[in-house]
Write a protein that binds this ligand. Structure first.
Ligand SMILES: CC(C)(COP(=O)(O)OP(=O)(O)OC[C@H]1O[C@@H](n2cnc3c(N)ncnc32)[C@H](O)[C@@H]1OP(=O)(O)O)[C@@H](O)C(=O)NCCC(=O)NCCS
Length: 164
């Protein structure tokens, strides 16, 4: 399967990303469509997706906000600080049928390069993930910081970061 270049998610495409979010996360973890719409309005430069080549099928996306840091917090899910030092990733999702094909690796690599072009340039990427995904991010060069004290849904979360 080929995919086109990474592209900014437009306002009218937000519902497509939200459909992938609700497929990937349990109801107590998936974010609302309203939250996605707010992020696209406030931080469109941090909401990026990949479409299947020649189609309108969204197959992956990453959505973030900026914060003062130094780690990911649930507050960063609600508040975007345009000049914030840290990029707080809230979702990295690949459609179920397209996983294990290197798509997340490619999209994250593009995303990291894109972040270097922002003004002001963020100093690092921070986020939390579940235990079973820690090795995936380590493989992609992220550092594991330990269990997060943040409470979100019923899962346990672990802090990761990458300096830019
Ligand atoms: C996690 C997720 C984004 C990975 O997407 P993906 O496109 O399947 O990942 P990739 O194929 O790019 O994997 C990149 C590399 O990491 C490895 N990898 C993938 N998942 C892994 C895991 N859970 N543990 C360790 N390594 C993993 C792959 O083998 C691959 O290695 P390779 O490049 O040598 O083949 C995808 O499974 C997903 O959308 N999950 C649901 C949402 C989620 O949990 N997101 C993360 C938290 S926000």
């Amino acid at each position: 399967m080929d995919f086109g270049p990474a592209t900014f998610i437009k306002a009218e495409q937000v519902h497509e990303a939200h459909a992938l979010e609700t497929e990937a996360f349990s109801p107590d973890e998936a974010e609302s469509l309203e939250t996605f719409q707010r992020r696209q309005t406030e931080a469109p430069e941090l909401f990026i997706g990949l479409y299947e080549e020649g189609t309108t099928n969204l197959i992956a996306f990453i959505c973030s906000t900026r914060s003062a840091g130094p780690t990911w917090t649930t507050q960063s899910m609600k508040t975007h600080l345009p000049l914030g030092e840290c990029v707080c990733i809230h979702s990295v999702v690949v459609a179920k049928q397209h996983r294990k094909k290197g798509i997340a690796r490619k999209l994250l690599s593009f995303y990291e390069t894109h972040l270097l072009t922002l003004n002001p340039k963020p100093s690092k990427i921070v986020f939390v993930c579940k235990e079973n995904i820690i090795d995936f991010y380590k493989y992609l060069g992220y550092s594991y910081l330990g269990p997060s004290s943040e409470v979100y849904g019923s899962a346990r979360w672990f802090s990761m970061e990458k300096l830019l």
